[in-house]
Write a protein that binds this ligand. Structure first.
Ligand code: ATP
Ligand code: MG
Length: 790
């Protein structure tokens, strides 16, 4: 009763309250979307802290995204006055990074090790291919990337991988070479973060025991999407019953398991219950998010899946508006309709733009929507598109910064050695790579062995970086970045470019990003490991942690294990290294339009755990959603349906489902049939805005156009993006604008380019043009004055 009187517990239903106030024992909360799982986790942390059962340092909480981690911290600090520093709340990757920073020596890494994002990793593999003459046709680099990630997820080093033929032997050799290259360059990829920290715990008794004693409460959100290695990592850092670790509370929803293609294992839930002798299993059945038309749709849809643990959800919110279904003649028209409806919601009903989300199955779908939103002047944000930290100019700048931290970072070296151009040709770089390989050194250490002018240029480049490193020593992050932008020649280079203004802006934005990184309390340097702080937190008195001094801290005093601090120097990570880590880990979370009220665009995958007042789900077409790569197997189709379940359950008040008869994807027009998922929804919850006819049930009728694109089956099932469809015969009639696919055209701003695709007619006609200097662009032909060159 005393507990229920606490303000943080007010409003919880009996099951939620029971979960929040469970004794410190292992527990699994299995519940559907919007039932308050994440809220239970956050409230439990607050309750544990407020009742003095634990200090912030004793908590380990795993979230699915960086954004979720921030949200959790924000909510906690709003509920309680507390020092967030000691708390380990983050994604698996973020927490592993923190662990490796704190024990970099034991983990055999340089202190300033850098993180390779997926793109960096791919270019590292391609570079290795060149050096070792690997046949890219036989072992496509992308496939190799997935192979390596898969091995790491299974906890397998090259020596552990089973080899059964010449090809698999070669693959393992490449994996081995890749590992050597990363080690030499002091870089780790995402999989390596996990595996290396797992091995660190496995192989160092003192470190492992330390964390097992320290983390009395381990809380994991979205547990259904953990992979094998992540679960093994949890077992390692907590220990099984009898091994002295704390209590695990895992929350999850088997119906929302959507990352099997990336190795997630729903079976981890059953394993957890068995291996940890879980005594508390709680189901939450009240949904607090959605009106019942929306929830009924979700429930009816997911009932079509056979592999389920079985849960039900109810809501007290009332029926609300019906779910609206709309069929558009084209993707273009679909986007127009979405934008119109959105306007209605904002203008007519006063809905905030940030409360409106457009969800799609494949990233490529965002472009048409973006064009429409842009033309209509509606501010929007894209999650997971080309993110700030992934833009070329920003990556160039980061490469310079990484070289300041670590001169042996060959990936960064190659990225900028001749950018801006400084007369170093491909031939000299090859020579340099040969020399470095022969001597077993980093590229920067081998410049002396390249003869002639090129050699001098290379040496000058290395000297320039060295000087910059010396001169910026001890400076603030802002000073370092500003200086780098000048001295590297990057700013000057883009200023001189005719269309470089955007890029210059992005570079300047980098300074802002760094600034806010440093000043943001709790997320700046503190979010990245500061080894000294960690140890200090363990040996300080409870009073100094902003807690009730009478509250029990931990049962036993804990001595710092070897390796937590850099014993020689007591050094902490430099702000620059911390910022670079932040850039690599949080690529998606930086916002060019922070603070602006903007409509949210994202893939369904990226929407997990989020909620919005209104949700549009676009592209509900067979082959797109469900995705064509999944249609061949039953498991794949069930995963697509779970994905649809996730999408539907993001909506609080309004849900719009739309599909288009034709769609242009990857330069090809596809004629699509309405998604089977629409047929699986309860009629009573829907309102068809366009006549309901045809559809999946009558494919033949819908094929009257004659050119239904055939799905291209391939080995790309693991890529969330679309594969191209079979080409259609070219259009016969010459369109009135006279722009044909394949034509060379001239544009006032972008110069000469080649037309890759044309579609629409009259005012709606548009063309996709590839400009050598500017990349692929979509142009409205009524506006862009294109002249045909040949
Ligand atoms: P998902 O499966 O999508 O991650 P979830 O189970 O984690 O959902 P939450 O995001 O925690 O659900 O909660 C959904 C919404 O319901 C949130 O807006 C939350 O604040 C609200 N909510 C949760 N519990 C209650 C409650 N007892 N009373 C009122 N609102 C609640
Ligand atoms: Mg949640």
């Amino acid at each position: 009763a005393r507990a229920a009187a606490m303000p943080i517990l007010a409003g919880l239903n009996p099951e939620q309250l029971a979960a929040v106030t469970l004794p410190p024992e292992h527990a699994l909360i299995l519940a559907g979307a919007g039932s308050g799982k994440t809220r239970v986790l956050t409230t439990r942390i607050a309750w544990l802290l407020q009742t003095g059962q634990i200090s912030p340092g004793g908590i380990l909480a795993v979230t699915f995204t960086n954004k979720a981690a921030k949200e959790m911290l924000t909510r906690l600090t709003a509920m309680l006055p507390l020092n967030a520093r000691g708390m380990w709340i983050g994604t698996f990757h973020g927490l592993c990074n923190r662990l490796l920073r704190a024990h970099y020596k034991l983990a055999n890494l340089p202190q300033a090790f850098q993180i390779l994002d997926t793109q960096d990793q791919l270019s590292a593999i391609k570079r290795l291919y060149k050096q070792h003459n690997v046949d890219d046709e036989r072992f496509p680099a992308k496939q190799m990337q997935w192979f390596i990630a898969g091995c790491k997820e299974d906890g397998e080093r090259p020596g552990d991988v089973a080899v059964h033929d010449a090809d698999s032997r070669r693959k393992v050799e490449i994996y081995q070479l890749y590992e050597e290259q990363c080690q030499r360059e002091g870089v780790v990829d995402f999989g390596e973060l996990m595996l290396r920290s797992y091995e660190l715990l496995r192989d160092n008794d003192a470190v492992r025991d330390h964390y097992r004693r320290r983390f009395r409460h381990v809380l994991i959100d979205e547990f259904q999407d953990t992979n094998r290695l992540q679960y093994a990592w949890v077992k390692m850092i907590v220990g099984l019953p009898g091994e002295g670790g704390g209590a695990v509370m895992a929350v999850g929803d088997d119906d929302q398991s959507i990352y099997a293609f990336r190795g997630a294992r729903v079976g981890n839930m059953a394993d957890f219950v068995r291996e940890f002798h879980v005594q508390h299993q709680i189901k939450l059945e009240q949904n607090y998010r959605s009106h019942s038309n929306i929830l009924d749709s979700a429930n009816a849809l997911i009932a079509h899946n056979t592999k389920r643990l079985g849960k039900s959800l109810r809501t007290d919110q009332g029926a609300g508006e019906p779910v609206r279904v709309y069929e558009a003649p084209s993707d273009f028209a679909e986007a127009e309709w979405v934008v119109d409806e959105m306007r209605q919601l904002v203008k007519g009903e006063g809905m905030a733009r940030k409360e409106i989300a457009v969800l799609y199955r494949s990233n490529a779908q965002s472009r048409v929507l973006e064009t429409q939103l842009f033309n209509a002047g509606v501010p929007y944000r894209v999650y997971g598109g080309l993110r700030f930290f992934e833009r070329a100019e920003v990556k160039h700048a980061l490469a310079y910064l990484r070289l300041l931290e670590n001169p042996r970072d060959d990936t960064s070296f190659l990225r900028v050695v001749n950018f801006p151009p400084r007369g170093i040709g491909a031939r000299s770089i090859e020579q340099l790579q040969d020399a470095a390989r022969a001597a077993g050194t980093a590229l920067a250490d081998a410049v002396a062995s390249v003869p002639g002018k090129a050699g001098a240029n290379l040496a000058a480049f290395v000297a320039r970086i060295d000087v910059l490193r010396e001169q910026t020593e001890g400076q603030t992050l802002r000073e370092i970045i500003e200086r780098m932008l000048d001295d590297s020649g990057l700013l000057e280079h883009y200023r001189a470019e005719r269309d470089g203004a955007d890029r210059v802006e992005n570079l300047q934005e980098l300074v802002n990003a760094a600034e806010s990184f440093v000043t943001q309390e709790g997320f700046g340097r503190d979010a990245v490991a500061l080894p000294v702080d960690e140890t200090a937190a363990l040996t300080q008195s409870p009073a100094s942690q902003g807690l009730d001094p009478n509250a029990p801290l931990l049962n036993e005093p804990i001595a710092a294990p070897p390796g937590v601090v850099d014993e020689d120097t007591g050094e902490t990570l430099s702000p620059l290294a911390a910022f670079l880590t932040h850039a690599a880990l949080e690529a998606g979370d930086n916002q060019a339009q922070a603070g602006q009220d903007a409509v949210q665009l994202m893939t369904v995958h990226a929407s997990k755990g989020l909620e919005f007042d209104a949700v549009f789900i676009t592209g509900l077409e067979e082959g797109l959603f469900p995705h064509e790569n999944s249609l061949s197997d039953f498991e794949g189709l069930e995963e697509e349906r779970r994905l649809m379940y996730v999408a539907i359950t993001r909506a609080r008040q309004r849900l719009y489902l739309c599909h288009a008869q034709t769609r242009l994807l990857h330069g090809q027009t596809r004629y699509n049939v309405r998604s089977r998922f629409l047929e699986e929804l309860p009629e009573g919850a829907l309102k068809w805005l366009t006549p309901r006819q045809g559809g999946f049930a009558s494919i033949a009728a819908a094929q009257s156009g004659g050119h239904r694109a055939r799905p291209a089956w391939g080995n790309s099932a693991i890529y969330p993006d679309m594969v191209a469809s079979a080409p259609l015969p070219p259009r016969k009639a010459e369109p009135e604008h006279g722009i044909r696919t394949g034509a060379k055209v001239f544009h006032n701003k972008f110069g000469e380019g080649q037309v890759m695709a044309v579609e629409g007619s009259g005012d709606d006609a548009r063309a996709q043009v590839n400009f050598p200097r500017h990349g692929l662009k979509w142009l409205a032909l009524a506006v862009a004055k294109l002249t045909v060159v040949e």
